[in-house]
Design a protein around this ligand. Structure first.
Ligand SMILES: Cc1ncc(COP(=O)(O)O)c(C=O)c1O
Length: 407
């Protein structure tokens, strides 16, 4: 105890450069005089804080599944499918093993075949593109808007060809893409739209939930997502009964009935333990969403007048769910390093746009092909964001950014 006391005081005397300690040391400090939030590490994400609040509910749900001894395609999964479909305002949910599988299966169910082209933004997680590639189809990129980081609808006309078979729209960081012009374009070309809603569950566009716009929408329940499982899990949601039936078949070996398969399928199912965990968390999602939005408002209030930093925007009529709170600055790399020295977590989503990934070398793209995606990849930085984040932690993050940018 004496040692930890000394570390904290020494840090105070030394000023901000040495002003940090580790979280275990902080956990050991008991009295207010020994605890100085100015030096507290701020992680990018704190799932332990979430578990501390809901642990008993989670353990009871897991116990329920263990007692049932039913682990795949049971009651929990079926209930979760209904609950997530209702949240998205659509008729059907089909649980699958991950967000990536949700994309692969949705593309397949929409008829994407080897050799087809699929339009998508290059500024996204690689899974959006690799789902297209997994089916032997070709990703064709369309640049993003620099203010929202989402697909620029005016780019679609430039990139569409007679081989285009589908459009994937990504609602990046928790903000819906500009759906009206995208849907109008898709309708004029009779192309299905598939929403990559991995990061935006609970978000809305002009009063409608993301996930309700496309032929199908794909959700990831990866543990770090706003609604995260305790392992991999995903779901496709859709209003189409035919698509839902096809998805139920292809996630289960292509079977139409037991031991009778119509087509090659996958084994991609959302298991009962994950479904039970997700159903507990779903009860908390709207409260968590309010807390994320309040945290984002506080960040933006403190950051909006700061020269050299662009906070995220929330266009009129859209509700952002701040899966990430992402700023942009030309001094991104140096700022990230500085935050790390102050024990503040931050992450770059994503440093390499898809068209410049080694994976897509054969597509022959070069620097300059998608300038907005490329510039975003150089300048974006996602700050600590989770429902349990406190105001004093946000203040510390912003003060650390301010002191760095003044140098
Ligand atoms: C935009 C986006 N698409 C797809 C995925 C893939 O989801 P998963 O990791 O569940 O396969 C993710 C998540 O990691 C994502 O962020």
């Amino acid at each position: 105890m004496a040692g930890t006391h000394y570390i904290c005081r020494a840090a105070e005397r030394a000023g901000p450069r040495l002003a940090y300690t580790d979280s275990r040391t902080l956990a050991n400090m008991s009295t207010p005089s020994q605890f100085n939030p100015a030096f507290e590490p701020v992680p990018h994400l704190d799932l332990a804080a979430q578990y501390a609040a809901i642990g008993p509910e989670i353990r009871a749900a897991i116990e329920r599944v263990l007692a049932s001894q039913q682990f795949v395609l049971g009651r929990e999964g079926a209930a979760l499918e209904e609950e997530i479909a209702a949240l998205c305002g659509v008729a059907h949910g089909v649980g699958v093993a991950s967000g990536t599988d949700a994309l692969i299966l949705a593309l397949r169910a929409c008829g994407v075949q080897p050799g087809d082209e699929v339009l998508l933004p290059p500024f996204t997680f690689v899974a959006t593109g690799s789902a297209v590639s997994a089916l032997g189809a070709k990703p064709v990129f369309a640049d993003i808007r620099p203010d929202t980081y989402n697909l620029d609808p005016s780019e679609l006309e430039r990139r569409v060809t007679p081989r285009t078979r589908a459009i994937i729209v990504v609602h990046l960081y928790g903000l819906a893409a500009d759906m009206d012009p995208i849907l109008a374009f898709a309708k004029s070309r009779k192309l299905p739209v598939i929403e990559d809603n991995a990061q935006a569950i609970g978000a809305s566009y002009k009063g409608h939930a993301t996930g309700s716009f496309g032929e199908a929408a794909c959700i990831s329940f990866y543990p770090t997502k706003n609604l995260g499982a305790y392992g991999d899990a995903g779901m496709v949601v859709t209003n189409s009964s035919e698509l839902a039936a096809r998805l139920r078949s292809i996630r289960n070996y292509g079977q139409s009935q037991k031991y009778l398969s119509n087509e090659p399928g996958w084994n991609s199912r959302l298991d009962e333990l994950q479904a039970a965990v997700l159903r507990v968390k779903l009860r908390h999602l709207s409260g968590w969403q309010r807390a994320r939005r309040a945290n984002a408002a506080e960040y933006t209030r403190l950051l909006q007048q700061m020269p050299g930093v662009m906070p995220p925007i929330e266009p009129e009529g859209l509700e952002h769910v701040y899966h990430q709170y992402t700023i942009r600055t030309e001094k991104r790399d140096a700022l990230q390093q500085h935050l790390a020295t102050q024990k503040i977590g931050s992450t770059v989503y994503y440093p390499h746009p898809l068209h410049l990934q080694p994976l897509y070398k054969s597509l022959g793209h070069k620097l300059g092909d998608f300038p907005h995606a490329e510039r975003a990849a150089q300048e974006v930085l996602s700050l600590p964001m989770y429902p349990e984040l406190r105001k004093d932690q946000i203040t510390r993050v912003v003060e650390t950014i301010a002191s760095f940018l003044k140098c």
